[in-house]
Design a protein around this ligand. Sequence first.
Ligand SMILES: [Zn+2]
Length: 412
Amino acid sequence: MRDYKFTVKDRFLKYVKYDTQSDEHSKTIPSTEKQLVLAKELLLELQQLGVESSMDEHGYVYARIKSNTEKNVPSIGFMAHIDTAPAVTGTNVRPIVHENYQGGNITLPKEGQIITTADNPTLHNLKGNDIITSDGSTLLGADDKAGVAAIMDAVNYLTTHSDVKHGDVMITFTIDEEIGAGLEGFDIKKFNAKYAYTLDGGDVGEIEFETFHAELVTIKIHGRHIHPGYAKDIMINSIRIATEFVEKLPKNTWCPEKTSGREGFVHVERIEGTEELSVIKIMVRDFDEKKVKEYEHRLKELIAASIFNHPGSKYEFEITKQYDNPKVIIDQHPKLMEYSIEAMKRIGIKPEVKPVRGGTDGCKLTFMGIPTPNLFCGEHSFHSRTEWVSVQEMQDAVRTIVEICKVWEEKS
Ligand SMILES: [Zn+2]
């Protein structure tokens, strides 16, 4: 691909201007209409590239680049999500390209936002790269428009280089990944990949196939409300019980701000309450399912102890499974990892297999029957106003996708 004129940067700059924020409170699929606008644009671009493609009523885009080899190659899919996280606004994203980055912190013009090398040590290795950021007033949307742009550029390459041999290459762009509803209504038959890769990761070389076991614990605490002027010995304030309970949780272990690497965590993500009812939502995460159960057992003990001090109150304890660790399945298909590692080595990228401290659509897809690890695409500091990507890292992602297609063909 030495002389190839990459299109990934221009595509990325275009896609981030589409506001595709998903909404966790919505009951529709997609959760927000605006995701459909970018989905339609991607469909149009795929059609312009001459690729067989379609979009369903939910906004999932499916495409297939037909095999151009005699060999019997399994169909390989590539997937990225078009929505951006609800936490920070994605309206009116104004991307800034910092060409030929020369090191040091990057100060954004709005809201005093600074991308520091202390928080982003990867920047130390990226002198001379072109870094793209927002202006500080919005997120950038690199998560996962870097993945979308990289896949689209790889499609562009494959459809204009017929000398590059590959089997069926299946493409899909998905909705609502960020609100955990990802893949609802997804048509796995239409996607029709035997194996797939999501493009939704960070540093160059990263390959992730191991994620947390993830569960959500919802604790409801019932108190008793009465006019505060006449409440003596009658009122039971559920808010007080809730805060007592949270206060009992370990402060130097368990929580996300004190754990890293292969450690799991228990994270209180939301409390809502009145005197009568308080609801606490707690994310429970670990690479080991047994540990998840241990955390939950301990949470139950702690809430029971808090309730005990307030006679007349009661609690409900509910566990919702969010996603599973796909490692158990991907381990049974060693080629999937081997070929992506081989592809990276061939183009001079050092592969780094890492556990991911979060879920991607790839884990859901794996449990739906298509084993799917996650590959880097250069997202950094995602879900924040200081989100950034490097153009050169996105180009590496494009090269990786193309090379993976070649390796699968060659080894089949
Ligand atoms: Zn993502």
